[in-house]
Design a protein. Structure first.
Length: 255
């Protein structure tokens, strides 16, 4: 009987401790200052920035044709990226068409690692790298973002990474791209609905959108030092247009 009471007390203390930790984390998230980190490249030399995977060696190897300095890990990323670009990019494409081809490939071939959505937010070892995204087919938002950046760098399309938060105060990352001297926001992750399904179509709600649109759709960040993004000149709606199938599915699934 005594042992049973002790076990009950231990369980109760553990439950209270768990609840306390959850409440503490929620309060911290709610009241912490909003921070925004911008990466013009994925170099991690600034120790004050959150660390993201450095894709610069891969993009430089592609542009120079010299792969001799790549690590074995980066060489696998490089080989997979080359295979993909050879499949989806044509020489007569505009930058918009190249960007769209990369975006659509990523949305339809990468699965968001749903374990990261659980209570304990578990991430696999490669989920924040292009290796996880392209070679394993699974990533979290940072993995999508650095992979998209790597492709844009390889295609010499100016781009940035914005690392900030969503409306729930969870860390989130997305991209900016520049086409014909006009800047746009792109969130590849949030264009990939969870869960995935076979023969899914690419969605474009967060493809080449304005700052106002992104703010109205649960993205929180400071724009200090960022280029202005208020044009719809290269928006998906204007240049391509959504099918009725995409419009219907977008309503059901996207954030």
């Amino acid at each position: 009987m005594k042992l049973r009471k002790i076990i009950v007390w231990i369980v109760a203390i553990l439950c209270l401790g768990y609840v306390g930790v959850k409440v503490g984390k929620k309060l911290y998230k709610q009241y912490r200052p909003l921070e925004t980190t911008v990466y013009s490249d994925s170099d991690n030399s600034d120790e004050n920035k959150p660390e993201i995977y450095d894709t610069k060696p891969v993009s430089e190897a592609y542009l120079t044709g010299d792969t001799s300095k790549l690590s074995e890990y980066d060489k696998k990323i490089y080989d997979k990226a080359i295979e993909i670009l050879d499949r989806i990019i044509e020489s007569d494409m505009t930058d918009y068409e190249k960007e769209l081809a990369v975006h659509d490939y990523m949305v339809t071939h990468i699965t968001y690692e749903t374990e990261n959505l659980g209570i304990f937010k578990q991430k696999s070892e490669d989920s924040e790298t292009p290796y996880g995204a392209l070679c394993k087919g699974k990533a979290v938002c940072t993995g999508y973002t650095v992979t998209f950046k790597m492709f844009m760098d390889m295609l010499e399309i100016p781009n940035l990474i914005v690392y900030a938060e969503d409306a729930d105060r969870d860390d989130h990352a997305w991209n900016m791209v520049c086409l014909d001297e006009l800047w746009y926001y792109v969130d590849v992750t949030w264009n990939d609905p969870v869960p995935d399904y076979d023969e899914r179509i690419a969605l474009h709600k967060y493809f080449n959108v304005t700052e106002d649109f992104l703010r109205d759709n649960s993205h929180c960040w400071h724009t200090d030092g960022l280029p202005q993004a208020d044009s719809i000149e290269h928006s998906y709606e204007k240049l391509t247009g959504k099918s009725e199938q995409e419009k219907a599915y977008e309503i059901q699934t996207l954030y």
